[in-house]
Design a protein around this ligand. Structure first.
Ligand SMILES: CC(C)(COP(=O)(O)OP(=O)(O)OC[C@H]1O[C@@H](n2cnc3c(N)ncnc32)[C@H](O)[C@@H]1OP(=O)(O)O)[C@@H](O)C(=O)NCCC(=O)NCCS
Length: 184
C-alpha cells in the first residue's frame, strides 16, 4: 500500500488493521500528552476504537477523500499524520498530526509533514494545505511556521475538548509558496 520514505530512519505508511494494537498501545502510553489537545483521545478506550479509526482512514483513502499514515521511526510506530479530507474541486486539504511524547524535539514531524507536502503539491497536484491548532499549542504551531505557512486567522470557539470550547488558529500554504521556497 501507500508508503512514503522521509529519510533513512523515518517513513510514512498507510495505517492498516494490522497496526491497530501497536497504535492503541502508543495512544494509551500518551494519553495525557495527546488528550490535552485532541478530543478523540478520551473516547479511545480499546483496540477496537483504534481499528474503527483505521478503517475510517482506509475508507477515506478508497474514496480519495483523505488518509491516515503512521510515522515509522527506526521500525517502531512513532505517531500519526493524516489528511482529514481532500476537496478535489478546489485542490484543498487539511492535515492533522501527533507524535509519541518520547520522540518530540528531533524534527520528526516537521520532516514528515515536509515530505507529505512535496507529495501533495507535486504528485496529487493539490493547491492548498491547511493546518489548525489550539493557540496555546506552541509545539504544533511551530510546525507550519517552520515550513513557511501563513498564519491566516483565528476561528473562534470552533473546537471542543472535555466540555470546553476553544479557538483555533489557521495556517495555510499554497503550492506556489511551497515551490518558491523549494527554489531558494
Ligand atoms: C505537535 C507535535 C507533533 C510537535 O512535535 P515536535 O517534536 O515539537 O515537532 P518536530 O518533530 O517537528 O520537532 C521539532 C523540534 O525538534 C527540533 N529539531 C531537531 N532537529 C530538527 C530538524 N532537523 N528540523 C526541525 N526541527 C528539529 C526543533 O528545534 C523542535 O524542538 P524545540 O521545539 O524544542 O525547538 C507534538 O508536540 C505532539 O504530538 N503534540 C501532541 C498532539 C498535538 O498537539 N497534535 C497537534 C494537534 S493540532
Amino acid at each position: 500500500m501507500f508508503e512514503l520514505p522521509v529519510n533513512e530512519r523515518l517513513k510514512l505508511e498507510l495505517l492498516e488493521p494490522g497496526h491497530a494494537s501497536e497504535l492503541y498501545m502508543l495512544v494509551d502510553a500518551n494519553r495525557d500528552h495527546l488528550g490535552t489537545w485532541m478530543p478523540w483521545v478520551e473516547n479511545t478506550k480499546s483496540t477496537e476504537d483504534i481499528l474503527n479509526f483505521i478503517k475510517s482512514g482506509l475508507n477515506n483513502y478508497a474514496m480519495r477523500n483523505g488518509f491516515q499514515l503512521g510515522l515509522r521511526f527506526e521500525q517502531k510506530l512513532a505517531g500519526v499524520l493524516g489528511l482529514h479530507y481532500i476537496d478535489w474541486d478546489t485542490g484543498a486539504t487539511e492535515m492533522g498530526y501527533w507524535l509519541d511524547k518520547k520522540l518530540e524535539g528531533k524534527g520528526l514531524m516537521t520532516a514528515a509533514v515536509s515530505a507529505l507536502l512535496e507529495k501533495l503539491f507535486n504528485h496529487y497536484k493539490l493547491n492548498r494545505v491547511e493546518i489548525r491548532a489550539n493557540p496555546a499549542n506552541t509545539r504544533s504551531r511551530a510546525i507550519p511556521k517552520r515550513l513557511g505557512f501563513l498564519e491566516e486567522g483565528m476561528l473562534r470557539q470552533t473546537g471542543m475538548n472535555a466540555g470546553e470550547r476553544f479557538d483555533m488558529v489557521v495556517y495555510g500554504l499554497l503550492k506556489e509558496e511551497w515551490q518558491l521556497r523549494r527554489e531558494d
